[in-house]
Every structure is written in C-alpha cells, then in structure tokens.
Design a protein. Structure first.
Length: 250
C-alpha cells in the first residue's frame, strides 16, 4: 500500500508539471500587469490605465476567459511593438523550465466591432517573436508567416482562414463580439525538435515572448489567459498510466 501511495504521488506530481502555466490574466492583484511590458519602450505595464508611446493598456470585461478581467490594448494605427513578457519577472513565477516543459504558447483574443472604426481594412498580429540568450531572436508566426522558417506553427480559431487577422465583421457598429485563441506550437525549437539551427536550451538564462500588432486604423485588441500548454497526448498518457497503476493495485 505504501508503494502504491508513493507511486500515486509521483504520478500526480508528474501530471502537475504538465499542466497549463498561466502567464497573464491581468487581474487586479497582478502587480504591474503581471510582469508584462511594452516591447518598444520596455516600460512595465501597470498600474492601469497606462499609455505608452500612444498605446493605452487597461483592464476590461470584454473577452474575459480567465478571472474577472481581460487586457485591452488601444493601439495606434500602424505597426506597433506592444506586449512582451520575460521569464525573469518575479511576479510570475515563470521559469525557463516552464517554457521547456511545454510546447505551445496560447492567448485568447476577442474582436469587438465597436472598438474598430468603419474604415478599418486590417488589424492583425503581424508577428510574434521569441528570444532566448542562446537561441537568439526569431519571428515565429503571425499574418506575416503562419509557419516560420524555424518550423513554429501558428494557428487561429478566431479567424482560421487568415491566422492572426481580426475578422472585421460590422466594424464601426457595436454589437458583434467574437472570441478565439491564437496558438504558437514551438515544438520545433525545443531540444530534440525539427529545427536544424540553434534551439532553446535549458542553459539559456531567459526567454522573451513579444507581440507586434499592425492595423490601418486605431482600435482596441482584447487579450486574456496567456499560457504555456503541454502536448495533449502527454497529459493523456500520464493520466492513462495513473489509471492503469490504480487498476493493477486494486
């Protein structure tokens, strides 16, 4: 019985290591925006509201998918280097091991038709960049390149036909709110991944995740529940192993 207990504890700890690692919900208690910054200026986001280089960051109740608040980014027109997060931010408990133990970065995004003027013809995440001390900085997918040269694959449940582009339905007229998830599968740049160049390594001292947004008009993006997620099959296999272990000992 004692052996079974020890094995169950080990299995449970293994499964917890492969749970989603939430790195952004933008709640009231998250000091300085939960460790997120403005990419172009490196200024920390928060307390809210905060305007940096003409882009205003604030909490919102539109598009909430985790907790009570989302993050609104009222962005200027044009190409904007906006959100970034770096794993050394002590407010997060976000470590290099978290990045290595998962293989996807996901963030929920919401389009609100009343937040974009009628003349908006495009509003998008033009690119996402990932940077570590050894891997360097690489663009890893956006409307510019849904699949990067390094094998990182970008998918979008909000606008699958044009990943990264807001759907722009009834823009300028309030009442249409659509939500989805942007996902970057970065398995290719992890140790053992398919990318043949420099990969992310456990010896790297930091990782940056950086957004570049782009639009022809000023408007507001809504984000929530930024997270690192593991491969679903990994969780399923761990769960199956735990179930078989219980059956064997019963």
């Amino acid at each position: 019985m004692r052996k079974l207990f020890v094995l169950l504890v080990v299995a449970a700890l293994s499964m917890s290591a492969y749970a989603d690692k939430v790195i952004g919900t933008w709640e009231v208690g998250e000091v300085n925006g939960g460790g997120w910054s403005d990419w172009s200026s490196q200024a920390r986001i928060g307390p809210f509201p905060q305007t940096i280089n003409g882009n205003t960051y604030n909490q919102s109740t539109i598009g909430v998918s985790n907790g009570n608040n989302s993050l609104s980014v009222a962005a200027k027109s044009g190409w904007q280097q906006c959100l970034t997060i770096r794993n050394y931010q002590s407010t997060l408990g976000f470590y290099m091991s978290d990045f290595l133990n998962n293989n996807k970065f996901q963030i929920d995004v919401t389009y609100d038709s009343g937040s974009w003027p009628s003349n908006t013809s495009y509003a998008q995440v033009y690119q996402l960049a990932m940077q570590t001390s050894g891997y360097g900085m690489h663009d890893v997918g956006g409307t510019a390149a849904p699949t990067g040269a390094n094998g990182v694959v970008f998918t979008d449940t909000l606008n699958p036909g044009y990943p990264g582009g807001l759907p722009l339905v009834n823009q300028g007229t309030p009442g249409t709110v659509l939500s989805g998830t942007w996902t970057w599968d970065y398995s290719a740049i992890l140790p053992g991944g398919s990318y043949t160049g420099n990969k992310v390594s456990a010896s790297d001292s930091y990782v940056n995740i950086m957004f570049a947004l782009n639009s022809n008009a000023a408007g507001t993006y809504y984000f929530d529940n930024a997270r690192l997620t593991p491969e679903p099959t990994t969780i399923a296999l761990l769960g199956l192993g735990l179930a078989l272990l219980r059956k064997k000992r019963s």
